[in-house]
Ligand binder design. Structure first.
Ligand SMILES: [Zn+2]
Ligand SMILES: [Zn+2]
Length: 340
């Protein structure tokens, strides 16, 4: 089978490998769509998170069960599935309560285990969530980043009457706009420097800005920082109203300098967000199955798996024109239309 393996910073190769085999309790999944995540870019640019090199990348996918191993009774060949890509120890205090995202040894498939940028992958049956046959798999591929957006809204204790600010209109920022709209928040303001990304946020009904506003009118109650660099975090602290809440969703590639007094004098609340909880994943599947949220808005490219090196080059380029790129092991990528 074809697979995309990480060999070191800036090195992503498409290779021919043997198809994995599923053992007891495991399932062989034929990958149909796999999304490139911001964390995959951190791997590509800085070598973060990966424990073995080379490794098959990728943790966001939708697919179809190809084969089930002995003792698997919850799934059968032909079922549509998405994955819970979190890899945790299973024995620590956090894992024992089901808060796998807080496991000190948390990793993801595509980082510490073979990932989904491949024609097939094997996962334990309990790491797969069945998706109704009526759901297009292209939409189902967005369940994982949607779970992040749901976790962001939850951790920010976002409420209906509030003004939400979002810094960064990448896929997570845009999915957070959609989640906020289902909650009927008062207003969403999105800040980004990339025109294409702002245009999408605007089409979805958000107020868009290309820089932090100077004045103190209409400051947000909650700001989601979804970039992870110094000026965006510093700007977010200044933008928030007194006693506002900051949700830190961006991951940082470098240490940064901020002025902590911006937090102190306004009595801000800060909360970090790491991935999602199982309930967020389940809710994301339900929302995607209902089809009321147009999550596919974040997809700007559907490319063949063999174009992964070009896809990474596109995402790493400074112009930020690409949003979510889905890779598909099908021969050709697609421009439009629901897929299966
Ligand atoms: Zn992801
Ligand atoms: Zn653990």
């Amino acid at each position: 089978m074809l697979a995309v393996r990480y060999h070191g910073v800036g090195q992503v190769h498409v290779e021919d490998m043997s198809r994995p085999v599923c053992g007891p309790g495991q399932v062989l999944v034929k990958v149909v769509y796999a999304g490139i995540c911001g964390s995959d870019l951190h791997i590509f640019r800085k070598g973060m998170f990966v424990s073995t090199i080379p490794e098959i990348m990728g943790h966001e996918f939708s697919g179809v069960v190809e084969q089930v191993g002995p003792k698997v009774i919850t799934l059968q060949p032909g079922d549509q599935v998405v994955g819970d890509p979190r890899v945790s120890c299973g024995t620590c205090a956090w894992c024992r309560t089901g808060a796998y995202n807080l496991c000190p040894n948390l990793g993801f498939i595509g980082e510490v285990r073979p990932g989904c940028f491949a024609e097939y992958l094997v996962l334990n049956a309990n790491k797969l969530i069945k998706v109704p046959a009526s759901v297009p798999l292209r939409r189902a591929a967005l369940v994982e980043p949607l779970a992040v957006a749901l976790h962001i809204a939850g951790k920010g204790r976002l409420e209906q009457a509030e003004h939400l600010g979002i810094v960064g209109a990448g896929p997570i920022g845009i999915l957070t706009v959609l989640v906020a709209q289902t909650m009927q928040v008062k207003r969403v303001t999105v800040i980004d420097i990339a025109e294409e990304r702002l245009a999408l946020a605007g089409r979805l009904g958000a107020t868009v800005l290309s820089a932090f506003p100077a004045g103190q009118d209409d400051q947000p109650d909650v700001v989601v920082e979804a970039v992870g660099v110094e000026p965006t975090l510093a700007g977010a602290l200044v933008w928030l109203r007194p006693r506002g809440r900051l949700v830190m969703a961006g991951l940082y590639e470098e240490k940064i300098n901020i002025d902590p007094n911006d937090i102190v004098v306004k009595e801000l609340e800060l909360v970090g967000v790491s991935a999602y909880e199982t309930a967020d994943l389940q809710q994301a599947v339900e929302l995607v199955a209902k089809g009321e949220m147009d999550v596919e808005q974040v997809v700007t490219h559907v490319l063949p798996l063999t174009s992964a090196p070009e896809a990474f080059a596109l995402l790493a380029s400074g112009d930020k024109k690409a949003g979510k790129i889905l890779l598909t092991p099908r021969e050709k990528g697609e421009e439009n239309g629901p897929g299966r």
